[in-house]
Design a protein around this ligand. Structure first.
Ligand code: DX5
Ligand code: ZN
Length: 229
């Protein structure tokens, strides 16, 4: 099942609720990029904006924490109405952060930068709900999709299937209707897109095009896997 997660980073924050309303018919989740100007060289939003969003939408709020010290704020994210949080494996203390998210009853996500090997996240696969393979270096919207990351996505897909896990496999960065099929063929299930959705009005139509492109490719991928190719 393909899930589309529009990234509000590329939306107009002055009319955020309106922009979310417009994309909602074609959105499964909403992706919220939290940047701390330390783990990444950019600064965005935190719990107050998530709290405001929560009042305007029932969509699953998928909070991508690009932060050096996410543990300090997980409780605040939970209380602001986040449904899931994703922390980066590069910040360390992964087992503790996963346990903290579970205790708070948040869906647990683990992210890996494009140059972080699969081996670093593999030991946590049975403890997470989502694995995010970044397809750009985090920090900014509008960057180019890194197709090389598809080898890691395919590796993650085969390991998830081999172990019979039900971990969502997310890609984020440069995802559009041309690149989503590559990720779908590699086995991704959740497609984050900012620029390709909010800069291409009407946003719901752009999201629908990405969904259809990904669905068509993931159908092919499933058939190929089932026939042992
Ligand atoms: C990048 C963020 C992404 C970003 C993607 O650091 O994690 O979620 O919004 O934006 P696009 O789709 O424009 O590459
Ligand atoms: Zn993101």
């Amino acid at each position: 099942m393909v899930k589309i997660a529009p990234s509000v980073l590329s939306a107009d924050f002055g009319i955020l609720a309106e922009q979310v309303g417009e994309v909602s018919p074609e959105a499964d989740w909403l992706h919220v990029d939290v940047m701390d100007a330390h783990f990444v060289p950019n600064l965005t939003v935190g719990p107050p904006v998530i709290e405001s969003l929560r009042r305007h939408t029932e969509l699953f709020l998928d909070c991508h924490l690009m932060m050096t010290d996410p543990g300090k704020y997980l409780e605040a994210f939970k209380h602001s109405g986040a449904d899931g949080c994703t922390v980066h494996v590069e910040v360390g203390q992964t087992a503790e952060l996963i346990a903290q998210m579970r205790d708070l009853d948040l869906k647990v996500g683990l992210a890996a930068n494009p140059d972080t090997p699969f081996d670093l996240v593999a030991p946590y696969l049975d403890r997470v709900d989502l694995l995010l393979c970044m397809t750009v270096f985090p920090g900014f919207g509008g960057q180019e999709f890194m197709a090389d990351v598809m080898a890691k996505v395919a590796m993650a897909r085969s390991e998830i299937d081999r172990r019979g896990l039900s971990v969502e496999l997310q890609v984020d960065g440069g995802v559009d209707e041309k690149t989503a099929p590559m990720a779908a063929r590699a086995g991704a299930t959740v497609f984050v897109a900012g620029t390709a959705i909010f800069h291409c009005p009407p946003s719901w139509e752009a999201a629908r095009r990405i969904r259809h492109a990904a669905q068509a490719a993931s159908g092919v991928e499933r058939l190929e896997r089932e026939s042992g190719r």
